[in-house]
Design a protein around this ligand. Structure first.
Ligand SMILES: C[S@@+](CC[C@H](N)C(=O)[O-])C[C@H]1O[C@@H](n2cnc3c(N)ncnc32)[C@H](O)[C@@H]1O
Length: 290
């Protein structure tokens, strides 16, 4: 399936997609999530990509620790480029992955050694006669409308099946514009899942262990991204002064504000968001009542 036309995608999601591509290029890892920094970096310690990749392994191990022993089959919704699926596959789970991105599909197939089926589509468009013991939403819940997520998960789970959801969420519902505004409001997500027949089994707030990744991305952007942009601007100013004037206008008009917001990402995260891992279980009793 082709990627959805960018004009159909809300602006905050497009910012997030651009961030995913940037992240993929930056990390050169098989994960697209923030990772779990344990132990936390000490003050002044340099945040390296090597440490980020270790944090990403630790995050996936953390997800695994949430999976009940009875689980055998997993649908990895918003599976990215296959890191989590490969991790579960080699540990004996029967995994299938799903994401609406052809570039991710290629990398997913490579990273899972073609051992894990991949569906190139949005969760909202997924149809299957299979039911799964667990649906995994690792940093993908924010891309799917709350009701589609809750009702879709209930539809594809076996009775008493589990939903394992790990993502950034808005702790402040008033935060409605900006780079993280497509994250769900935590209380609204919770209400929709309960309404769809889920009960919360276990939850953990890992905001503190995720935050160093935001610092790392901001730092890399500041040192490499902005420095490179400035260098190119300097070259253009020497070689084509009128083009430089135009570029300056474009920068002021469209780029200055989002860049300033990106550089303030850590503060925005701490003020309005949290990051939590949640294990939910579908309750047969409540589903039958619907
Ligand atoms: C931040 S990445 C996380 C990838 C992976 N789960 C991980 O933990 O590395 C978000 C993923 O959600 C996918 N996604 C976006 N919109 C989606 C939708 N409507 N249905 C399913 N997946 C979606 C993206 O293509 C991407 O694979």
């Amino acid at each position: 399936m082709l990627k959805p036309k960018s004009s159909n995608i809300p602006k905050p999601t497009r910012y997030q997609n651009a961030a995913i591509d940037y992240y993929m290029g930056l990390t050169n890892s098989s994960y697209l999530h923030y990772g779990y920094w344990e132990p936390l970096p000490i003050a002044g310690e340099e945040l390296t990509l090597t440490r980020l990749r270790a944090a990403q392994e630790a995050y996936t191990a953390k997800l695994l620790s949430f999976i009940p022993e009875t689980v055998k089959t997993v649908l990895d919704v918003g599976c990215g480029i296959g890191g989590n699926a490969a991790y579960l596959d080699v540990r004996g789970f029967t995994v299938e992955g799903l994401a609406p991105d052809a570039l991710q599909q290629q990398r997913f197939i490579k990273n899972t050694n073609s051992q894990v089926p991949f569906y190139l589509m949005r969760f909202e468009d997924f149809h299957s006669s299979n039911s799964y013991d667990l649906i995994l939403l690792s940093e993908s819940s924010q891309y799917i409308a709350i009701n589609d997520l809750a009702e879709g998960a209930a539809r594809f789970l076996s009775s008493n099946g589990y939903l394992l959801l790990a993502d950034m969420m808005r702790s402040n519902a008033e935060y409605q514009k900006g780079i993280f505004s497509n994250c769900h409001v935590a209380s609204e997500l919770q209400a929709a899942l309960i309404k769809a027949g889920f009960k919360l089994i276990k939850t953990e707030d890992i905001s503190t262990q995720v935050a160093p990744t935001i610092d790392l991305c901001v730092e890399k952007f500041r040192t490499f991204g902005l420095t490179t942009i400035k260098y190119i601007a300097d070259l253009v100013a020497i070689a084509f002064p009128p083009l430089h004037a135009l570029g300056r206008w474009v920068f002021k008009r469209w780029l200055e504000k989002p860049i300033a917001e990106g550089l303030a990402a850590r503060t925005i995260f701490e003020s309005h968001l949290c990051y939590s891992i949640q294990l939910w279980q579908l309750s047969i009793h409540e589903v039958n009542l619907r």
